[in-house]
Design a protein around this ligand. Structure first.
Ligand code: ADP
Ligand code: 5GP
Length: 197
């Protein structure tokens, strides 16, 4: 299963993706490449491959990325090697990418399952971003400016999970994963196009 989780920044996708990885040992995380600076606690090669602009551009010119986007003036991209490794090992993969990257992955891998994590409101999003404390006020506003586009593209996803109460949102994502594990594609018809929270 290629599970692609996207959301506006601060909606909780990293928190939810980590829970999936904890609960389902057959999943590995697709480590993206980025030119953005490392946040406290982040580990190179685990959270991201932190690259210089030159290194990122070299990877791109060598056709080493499945998709890439420039977001908040930084590059982010999914290395091909992350998918190749998982396919070789017969593992499932969780991707944490932006909405455009998710749709690009779906174009190349139509079997990918796209889950959009929606915040209960823009105000809640602002509060969560402030609470996380990893962006300054200007960066928070830049992230919020992208939300209307993200909500629009999110409508194209296979599933929309509203992250109001975290435990409930996590359970809904677990249910989606379990459905694919146990029933394959047949389970998708049950929820496709519906909001699950
Ligand atoms: P993203 O990866 O989408 O940018 P994070 O997972 O980093 O978002 O979550 C942003 C912040 O919101 C974090 O501080 C996280 O602990 C908090 N958070 C996540 N889900 C909820 C929730 N349902 N209610 C309140 N706070 C939440
Ligand atoms: P952050 O800086 O908060 O870690 O991530 C900012 C945005 O970049 C998030 O929406 C995140 O999902 C997205 N992102 C992370 N890795 C990738 C990637 O490989 N490709 C794309 N398109 N977006 C990514």
């Amino acid at each position: 299963m290629l599970l692609v989780i996207s959301a506006p920044s601060g909606a909780g996708k990293t928190t939810i993706a980590k829970e999936v990885l904890r609960q389902f040992p057959s999943f590995r995380f697709s480590v993206s490449a980025t030119t953005r600076k490392k946040r406290p606690g982040e580990v190179d090669g685990k959270d991201y491959f932190f690259l210089s602009r030159e290194e990122f551009e070299r990877l791109l010119s060598e056709d080493g990325l499945v998709e890439h986007e420039e977001i908040y003036s930084e590059y982010y991209g999914t290395p091909k090697s992350e998918i190749d490794k998982a396919v070789t090992m017969g593992e499932n993969v969780v991707f944490d990418v932006d909405v455009k990257g998710a749709l690009s992955i779906k174009e190349k891998y139509p079997e990918a399952v796209l889950v959009f994590i929606r915040p209960p409101s823009v105000e809640a999003l602002r509060e969560r971003l402030k609470g996380r404390g990893s962006e300054n006020a200007e960066q928070v506003e830049r992230r919020l400016a992208r939300v209307p586009m993200e909500l629009e593209k999110g409508k194209l996803f296979d599933y929309i999970v509203v992250n109001n109460k975290l435990e409930r949102a996590v359970k809904e994502v677990f249910d989606i994963v379990s459905m694919y594990s146990s029933k394959g594609d047949s389970g998708k018809e049950l929820l496709n196009g519906t909001e699950t929270n």
